[in-house]
Design a protein around this ligand. Structure first.
Ligand code: SF4
Length: 330
């Protein structure tokens, strides 16, 4: 499978009011997304997953590092990206209540990318708008409605129709269901997966919902304080999480049956709260919460270790040189 998106040492720092002090929202991450992947980027609030998405889409300029889209380096072009690139990479935001212009009709909202990217006008434009609505299973008469006339789930379906109407290849989904009622979430996910199959799309799915990740993604990366601590095939990571943070996250997923309980990793208790990204702890940034931390963890940042092809973890427990690093019992 070919790589659609290649990220290398990507950093996005934001200045603070204090001179020389930065919020290191994304701090040197690497990952590849292959054609037709559902790649999940997972983490708690403040982990840097949405900043990663906004830097990839070009809303933020990268501080450092490389973003390659199908071998084209797009790291230094953000707002002024070529029109074809804007067509090919689309995003669906978390809250359709704020991402849709309240003064535009559904027809105008879905029609805008069709005019810009496909140069449609008149009856052809109207047909394409109705096709886009039908694609997300909304009735044709919705073209006359304003966002305030429709429910939250329907607004998100309009946002999806807008993102897909011009025929993108790669779609970033930034927590697309987290602002919606539980009753509508399953329908949105079903629609997204159906369209992925029909249109051959590739998704980068930003979420904190691990149950969802297990059900929809084929590869996953776990973020903590701006860094990716573990990544690999979803099935492998859920069957055998390696990083203590991944183990902590997976052991806290609610389950309803004994069979599901048997598949959970043993409970890993973290201590303390997630530190501020302005004041990231030295060494392994998870050491303040990790029950397995020892001296080395507090001083030296762990480097990525490839456990299997495509399965990477950043933790001293897996370092090839762990004996020399620590001189301690592991
Ligand atoms: Fe825990 Fe040390 Fe691994 Fe960090 S490097 S996750 S502190 S064991």
């Amino acid at each position: 499978m070919s790589v659609i998106l290649r990220i290398r040492n990507l950093k996005k720092y934001f200045p603070t009011s204090k001179k020389g002090v930065f919020v290191k929202a994304v701090d040197g991450i690497d990952f590849d997304i292959y054609k037709e992947d559902v790649f999940a980027l997972v983490g708690e609030s403040g982990s840097g997953k949405s900043t990663t998405a906004y830097t990839v889409i070009g809303m933020y300029e990268a501080t450092e590092g490389k973003i390659e889209y199908k071998d084209l380096d797009i790291s230094r072009i953000h707002w002024k990206r070529p029109i074809q690139l804007k067509k090919n990479i689309q995003i669906v935001f978390q809250d359709p209540g704020t991402s849709l212009n309240p003064s535009k009709t559904v027809s105008q909202i879905i029609g805008a990318p069709l005019i810009i990217h496909k140069h449609l006008r008149g009856e052809k434009l109207r047909e394409a708008i109705i096709n886009a609505l039908n694609m997300v299973e909304l009735p044709s008469e919705y073209i006359y409605k304003l966002p305030r006339d429709i429910g939250g789930g329907e607004k998100q379906l309009v946002a999806i129709a807008r993102a897909l109407s011009a025929g993108p290849e790669f779609v970033i989904l930034d927590e697309p269901t987290s602002a919606l009622d539980v009753s509508i979430q399953a329908k949105i996910i079903r629609t997204l997966l159906k369209l992925k199959e029909e249109l051959g799309l590739t998704y980068m799915f930003i979420t904190h919902d691990l149950s969802l990740v297990r059900n929809i993604s084929n590869r996953v990366a776990i973020m903590y304080l701006g860094k990716i601590v573990e990544q690999g095939p979803t099935s492998q990571i859920f069957a055998e999480p390696s990083h203590p943070y991944t183990q902590m996250l997976l052991s806290s997923i609610p389950v309803v049956t004994k069979a599901e309980e048997a598949f959970k990793p043993k409970q890993v208790q973290s201590t303390g709260e997630i530190p501020s990204p302005v004041d990231v702890p030295p060494g392994c940034s998870f050491h303040t919460r990790c029950p397995l931390a020892w001296d080395t963890c507090r001083k030296i940042e762990p480097q990525p270790v490839e456990l299997q092809p495509g399965r990477i973890v950043k933790c001293h427990l897996y370092s090839k040189h762990k004996a020399t690093l620590s001189g301690a019992k592991l």
